[in-house]
Design a protein around this ligand. Structure first.
Ligand code: C5P
Length: 309
């Protein structure tokens, strides 16, 4: 009996984008990856992946900047599905549909969220039943930020950013995001960092940061918001200096570039303050879009899982 299309086994997984509240960058290791000490926070801007059983692995993409996302073997969701299939030996395929909300090449881990969501979706769809730490190992093979998109919340990342330790963090923070229609290639930002900082100190997180996270006060956390890659991102796209200035003029508690940019985020005291900051940054006309999000939120999770009958 052939299954009608709407009864095909189907799994829907949602995974969050992230910001780096703090990103301290050291020298590259032998693998070419820079040693990091960073604090990730998952924020309420999500990628949705719907996975349906199929004969081979394909992807379609809709949503924010979908037109610049590859749909061939370069697509991170396709790579994630193939990696899971290869490592579990399953003969199943999947038809993936990605709905994007996180800016593409924006420093917010949008592609990493697609990969994390796909790993979880295919594991459920195919019944391969991997444990979370096995999924995390595959995630790290796909990219340095992919393990965090699985776990979400707030976490300290070391190594390449892929070695995670959960951070105790109280409260909800209100963040304002200034996104751009263009992206910054991560390798170019790291290369510029190497030029600007040829002999960086080993990365470490400031004393007091973990206490500020536990305390939950946005005003206290503001003292620690910083990104060593910000100067490199501004050197590559000088107009980012104007975005940072717009957040200062708007009275944000703190602001910096997320990841390797170009998204700039600002911290607000509460929702009303976030609305004021957002309006002011919007009026400055320095961003393609200005969004309000909160964090932390959970990592990749299944919203809907239906086995066909
Ligand atoms: O792991 P991912 O594919 O996200 O990294 C993209 C690129 O960013 C790497 O190829 C590398 O050039 C750079 N990178 C780095 N150090 C890190 C993370 C990324 O140099 N810790």
């Amino acid at each position: 009996m052939s299954a009608a299309p709407d009864s095909a086994p189907r799994v829907h997984v949602r995974a969050p984008g992230k910001i780096n509240l703090v990103l301290r960058c050291g020298a590259p290791g032998e693998d070419g990856y820079h040693r990091l000490a960073t604090v990730f926070q998952a924020v309420s801007l999500y990628e949705d992946v719907v996975a349906e059983l199929a004969d081979d692995v394909t992807v379609t993409v809709t949503g924010r900047q979908a037109d610049v996302v590859p749909t061939d073997g370069e697509n991170l969701a396709v790579r994630a599905a193939r990696l899971l299939a290869d490592s579990t030996g399953t003969a199943e395929g999947v038809r993936l549909h990605v709905t994007k909300n996180v800016p593409v090449s924006g420093g917010m881990g949008g592609g990493s969220a697609d990969a994390a969501a796909t790993l979880l979706a295919c594991d459920l769809l195919w019944g391969t039943g991997l444990a979370r730490d096995e999924l995390a190992e595959l995630a790290a093979e796909l990219g340095a930020d992919v393990p965090f998109a699985l776990t979400g919340q707030t976490a300290v990342g070391t190594g390449r950013g892929d070695v995670l330790a959960p951070a105790l963090a109280r409260g909800t923070h209100h963040w304002v995001l200034a996104t751009q229609s263009w992206g910054l290639p991560t390798p170019e930002v790291y290369a510029r960092f190497d030029e600007l900082r040829p002999d960086p100190a080993p990365p470490r997180l400031e004393d007091g940061l973990m206490a500020a996270l536990v305390g939950g006060s946005s005003a206290d956390l503001a003292d620690y918001v910083a990104n060593d890659l910000a100067d490199a991102a501004v050197a590559l796209r000088p107009e980012l200096a104007g975005v940072l200035d717009a957040f200062d003029a708007a009275g944000a508690l703190a602001r910096t570039v997320s990841g390797s940019g170009p998204t700039v985020f600002g911290l607000a005291a509460d929702l009303a303050d976030a609305q004021d900051v957002a309006a002011s940054v919007r009026d400055a006309g320095v961003a393609d879009d200005v969004l309000l999000v909160t964090g932390p939120v959970s990592g990749a999770r299944a919203l809907e899982s239906m086995r066909g009958v």
